[in-house]
Design a protein around this ligand. Structure first.
Ligand SMILES: [Zn+2]
Length: 225
């Protein structure tokens, strides 16, 4: 499919088709960065199209319109291409004003204090309608988007700053250090502090496996993808 056509499809609010995504992935096409994420079923990890890791086989790929959708489907963020660093999808700008506005408000922490119902109210739409828009255009519920926002923001701060973990937990909207630790253990298979150490110590390491799998997935992902 020509790129123009693919972009037209995004603008129409549709998810890119499989072939377009797979081709973008094969070419590590930066134009698609942020427009979709690839869940790799053989590793349980999701990546940006520009990930430098070994390209997965098509039968192991699932494509998602957002990081939140990939996370909601049970995939873990790749430690190598760092989905938290993906640019915000231009597809979301102006496609559906309500969705873009909702995403922006969630990004600003609208769901930290208030419910989805309240968010819908602010946008002048019904809650049910808002949920439906999210299911169609984002591939995840508003709450799932907020969860992934918190985790990805925290992950970015862990890797890119030297701020204390407690600060990061609260800055990212976690209610407690415990919730912060539990979320990271569950998602990355290690505590937040280990992610910082891994980042500081693992730079440029040639022996790192393709997608730096979390321990319980390690054996599954050692082989070629
Ligand atoms: Zn990756």
């Amino acid at each position: 499919m020509p790129v123009d056509r693919a972009i037209a499809d995004i603008l129409a609010g549709m998810m890119l088709d499989f072939q377009t995504c797979y081709r973008a992935l094969q070419n590590r096409d930066p134009r698609y960065d942020g427009q979709f994420f690839t869940g790799v079923t053989s590793t349980g990890i999701f990546c940006r199209p520009v990930c430098p890791a070994v390209r997965p086989k098509p039968e192991n790929c699932r494509f998602f319109p957002s990081a939140a959708a990939a996370m909601a489907a049970g995939f873990r963020p790749c430690l190598r291409c760092r989905p938290e660093s993906a640019p915000h999808s231009p597809a979301w700008n102006g496609v559906k004003t309500t969705v873009s506005r909702a995403l922006k408000l969630i990004e600003q922490g609208a769901l930290e204090q208030h419910s989805v119902g309240r968010l819908a109210q602010r946008l002048g739409v019904g809650e049910r309608y808002l949920r439906r828009l999210f299911a169609t255009h984002v591939g995840a519920s508003p709450a799932a988007v907020d969860r992934s926002r918190r985790v990805l923001l925290a992950k970015k701060l862990i890797t890119d700053s030297t701020r204390p973990m407690a600060d990061i937990a609260y800055a990212a909207g976690f209610r407690s250090i415990r919730q912060f630790n539990d979320t990271f253990r569950k998602l990355y298979g290690r505590p937040p502090t280990a992610l910082r150490t891994a980042h500081l110590g693992g730079r440029g390491s040639k022996s790192a496996p393709p997608c730096q799998p979390t321990p319980d997935r390690e054996s599954a992902s050692r082989g070629p993808l």
